[in-house]
Design a protein around this ligand. Structure first.
Ligand SMILES: Cc1ncc(COP(=O)(O)O)c(C=O)c1O
Length: 480
């Protein structure tokens, strides 16, 4: 998209040499070159003639002449009320080396996007958020407008830990909380801290969220896969990895949708005690449980060994970019140190706004509202899949905003994904989330073909349309 500088026009760097020939030609040549080289992009607004003449100290008539010349040559376009803008260069136009065409050929637009992990963006409580920001701006003492306390806003840490105790059965207190800019940032800080405490190997779910292996290696850790089955992460296989830490999504496994079973929860906590290890709990999707009350955070079960990471990216919106780490006291200083070295903290007014949103019950009210939206979408997805693909094909429906659609045995998953994309439906196969280290010996155990269907940000109409398109894509590649 072109940059739309404010009316009246921006400053523009044109260097004039008053002893080197007509000024008109100098301005013209420099603008032509800037457009050819792409330094001024198609659609970008040029300064008004008045503004440019003032900037350059030349008569307005000179600039008018320059613009008229460039207009005649096709470099710029002009419309009443919209000023003079850089024209789109026609294909094959003389282009200097390095010129980048503004518009590559448009890919087929995505009509239905089943990418997991996007909340219903149309339901983000913007009125409440704008109330909270304005309240924060009105009430936050000016003394709080300097660099933040290294752990983040005390108010937000109090509120978040109280929320975690009340809603997630956790037991952390404010001194064990660090505010971060979302789960991922928290993860990087935690891994770097654990590495400095002697951790060398971490197990990651396979299949699991992408790129966590990259983040772990950046922290100097050896990342190894641990399989996930119908009960969640396989704890007996975790023993075999000889890892001293594991990162997992127990409330709703990403991407299989399995909730960690009660027995596995116990086994996992026992494993941590046995190996003197740590559980990194990505409390992802925990607020959205449909068949029963949400199951409490593992942090409440074993606070000395569990580090809980939370974020509002799924509950409110990724754009708010706030999250928290709840860690045993002995790691808190290290996590704060990582944070301090990488940034001076998260936006203070937004932290205060989030604290107010949560404290006043607006956050809970929002969750109650979107939970019903997701439940309806989930039910529509279940009904549609059953009518099109037959019963028993969906997994992971008890919680969250994504489910796993198991395809008939032998279906080539990636071919289906590609065909669906060509029909306007974006979806990922289960294979997209595999974690197979580059140095793995032998082939990994194959997974059955399946598609990961995120439905948080997909309306019911689109869910129906998307499932019908997926059925056609699967049919096209049917092994029969
Ligand atoms: C598995 C999982 N956990 C947590 C998050 C939230 O991450 P962040 O808070 O950095 O947006 C995501 C985001 O996509 C995710 O996929």
């Amino acid at each position: 998209m072109a940059v739309d500088w404010a009316l009246g026009g921006p400053d523009l760097l044109v260097a004039l040499d008053r002893g080197a020939g007509p000024l008109r030609n100098q301005i013209q040549d420099q603008l032509r070159t800037a457009i050819r080289e792409g330094r001024l992009g198609a659609g970008e607004r040029l300064p008004s003639t008045r503004r440019l003449s003032e900037l350059l100290g030349v008569s307005r008539g000179t600039v008018v002449d320059v613009y008229e010349q460039l207009l005649a040559e096709g470099y710029v376009e002009s419309e009443v009320g919209s000023g003079t803008r850089v024209a789109t260069m026609p294909a094959g136009a003389a282009q200097a080396p390095g010129f980048v065409a503004e518009s590559p050929p448009a890919p087929r637009p995505t009509e239905v996007d089943f990418e997991y992990g996007i909340p219903d963006l149309g339901s983000v409580p913007l009125t409440d958020w704008s109330w909270a920001v304005s309240e924060a701006t009105r009430t936050l003492p000016t003394t709080e407008l300097g660099d933040e306390a290294p752990a983040g806003s005390r108010h937000l840490r109090e509120v978040v830990t109280a929320y975690h105790r009340r809603v997630r059965s956790g037991c952390a207190v404010a001194d064990e909380a660090v505010v971060v800019s979302g789960f991922r940032q928290g993860l990087a800080f935690v891994l770097a801290t654990l590495a400095r405490h002697g951790l060398t190997r971490i197990a990651l779910e396979d299949p699991g969220p992408r790129e966590h292996d990259v983040i772990a290696r950046r922290a100097g850790l050896d990342a190894v896969p641990v399989p996930v089955d119908d009960h969640g992460v396989d704890v007996s296989r975790l023993h075999e990895t000889e890892a001293q830490a594991v990162l997992l999504t127990p409330a709703h496994q990403c991407p299989t949708g399995v909730a960690l079973s009660p027995m596995r929860r116990r086994d996992l906590v026992a494993w941590a005690d046995e190996v003197d290890g740590f559980i990194l709990e990505d409390d992802y999707d925990a607020e959205f449980r449909y068949d029963r009350q949400p199951v409490g955070s593992l942090q409440g079960l074993n606070p000395a060994r569990v580090i809980a990471l939370g974020s509002v990216s799924k509950t409110l919106a990724p754009a708010i970019r706030l999250g928290w780490v709840l860690a045993p006291a002995r790691f808190v200083e290290g996590i704060i140190e990582e944070k301090r070295l990488s940034s001076r903290g998260a936006p203070g007014l937004d932290q205060e706004a989030l604290a107010l949103l949560m404290e006043t019950g607006r956050f809970d009210r929002h969750l109650r509202r979107v939970r019903e939206i997701y439940r309806t979408r989930r039910d529509v997805l279940a009904a549609e899949v059953e009518s099109v693909f037959g019963p028993g094909r969906l997994q992971g429906m008890v919680a969250g905003c994504h489910a796993l659609l198991r395809l008939p045995d032998g279906t080539p998953e990636s071919a289906v994904v590609e065909t669906a994309a060509s029909m306007g439906v974006r979806v990922n196969g289960l294979g997209h989330y595999r974690f197979v280290p580059a140095d793995a010996k032998g082939e990994p155990e194959p997974l059955p073909p399946a598609l990961v269907l995120g439905f948080g940000n997909v309306t019911e109409q689109r869910i129906k349309r998307g499932i019908h398109t997926l059925a056609k894509a699967v049919e096209r590649h049917s092994p029969r």
